[in-house]
Design a protein around this ligand. Structure first.
Ligand code: UT7
Length: 325
């Protein structure tokens, strides 16, 4: 009999510091950087984002989201046999955020590792966990997307610093004889590495290159709308379903215009798209599990419904996970 993986519980965490566009615009103005609530809302749909406190690392956000997911699943950390974190903003070069989360949760022993696929990180992590559950090497996995993008933003670059926020989301996946995850689809194309990157890196005790986010927004935008439709259709085809079968579209939350365009291509009405970009900004690998948890907790997403999760980001990476909740 085929083994599936099912989501048992979801959780998320946003750091306490919330900044509206007006708050951010006022702070940027003090450094001579001009932006406005109007521009940000019109071009992106973002109204506010959260920033981690100085003493909070990615693993702190990830641990809090994990605790909430474990509570929702009715499990303890010791019940988990696999931890995967999608992140591009780890606490340290190494060890991984996943091992730190494991320790902070009071667990030890099970495999724990990070996946670096930028904004597609949670989709990659979920796909790997699903494959490990299907092969029987894991029975209960904690899958997390967590980021502190505020640490890699250039607050003098108004074309990027208004777009991102910090946060974490997590799910507990469990082996099941009923679906569960129905299909997954992952891709990458490294020739696009320069359109979205943080070029600086640690080198002989210093930093070589500029360690802040660089993005060619329009190039990313154009690629994103194309691949998000393609990957959704690929997952649907693998599961023998059509776009009419999707109850909720939960896309990476980067820009409301990208999300609207994808929804239109998939013939999804706007009220079937989970939108949190307005309140969270772009939280990279955390955005999809944050949106998922938001819609589970406010009662929109119900057991038995079909969800399309899809992400796109630096690399270029993209992919989707189609699942029955
Ligand atoms: O998570 C990974 C995926 N990332 C994405 O999906 C991001 C994809 N890209 C985008 O979302 C959009 O391209 C942006 C939101 C980044 C930019 O929107 P746009 O409609 O492509 O604007 P633009 O870059 O063409 O800029 C239009 C104007 C420019 O001024 P000029 O040259 O027309 O005079 C910019 O300098 O807006 C100006 N501008 C701003 N003005 C006020 C750029 N950023 C700002 C700002 N405030 N923050």
């Amino acid at each position: 009999m085929r083994i599936y993986s099912r989501i048992l519980g979801t959780g998320s965490y946003l750091p306490a510091k919330r900044m509206t566009n007006a708050d951010l615009a006022a702070e940027l103005a003090q450094q001579g950087v001009e932006t406005s609530d109007n521009w940000i809302v019109e071009r992106t749909g973002i109204r506010a984002r959260h920033f981690a406190a100085d003493e909070q690392g990615c693993s702190d956000l990830a641990t809090e989201a994990s605790r909430r997911a474990l509570d929702a699943a009715g499990l303890a950390a010791q019940d988990i046999d696999l931890i995967i974190v999608g992140t591009s903003t780890p606490d340290m070069v190494f060890p991984s955020v996943a091992t730190m989360v494991q320790h902070k949760l009071g667990a030890a022993g099970c495999p724990a590792f990070d996946v670096q696929a930028v904004c597609s990180g949670f989709i990659y992590a979920l796909t790997i966990a699903d494959a490990m559950i299907q092969t029987g090497s894991s029975k209960r996995a904690l899958v997390i997307g967590a980021e502190v993008f505020s640490r890699i933003l250039d607050f003098k670059d108004r074309t990027t610093c208004v777009l991102f926020g910090d946060g974490a989301g997590a799910v507990v996946l469990e082996a099941s004889d009923t679906p569960g995850i129905l299909a997954t689809d992952l891709h990458a194309d490294g020739k696009y590495k320069d359109i979205l990157c943080v070029p600086g890196h640690v080198n002989r005790g210093g930093i070589l290159g500029d360690p802040v986010l660089k993005m060619d927004g329009q190039a990313v935008f154009k690629l994103a709308v194309g691949v998000l439709e393609e990957t959704a259709r690929a997952s649907l085809a693998k599961a023998n379903l059509t776009d009419a079968d999707i109850d909720w579209l939960i896309p990476h939350q980067a820009n409301i215009r990208i999300m609207q365009s994808t929804a239109k291509k998939l013939k999804m009405p706007a009220d079937k798209v989970v939108v949190t970009v307005d309140q969270h900004g772009n939280t990279s690998a955390a955005s999809i599990p944050l949106a998922l948890d938001t819609a589970v907790r406010d009662g929109r997403i119900q057991r038995g419904q079909t969800l399309m999760l899809e992400g796109v980001g630096g690399g270029f990476t993209w992919g989707s996970v189609l699942l029955r909740y």
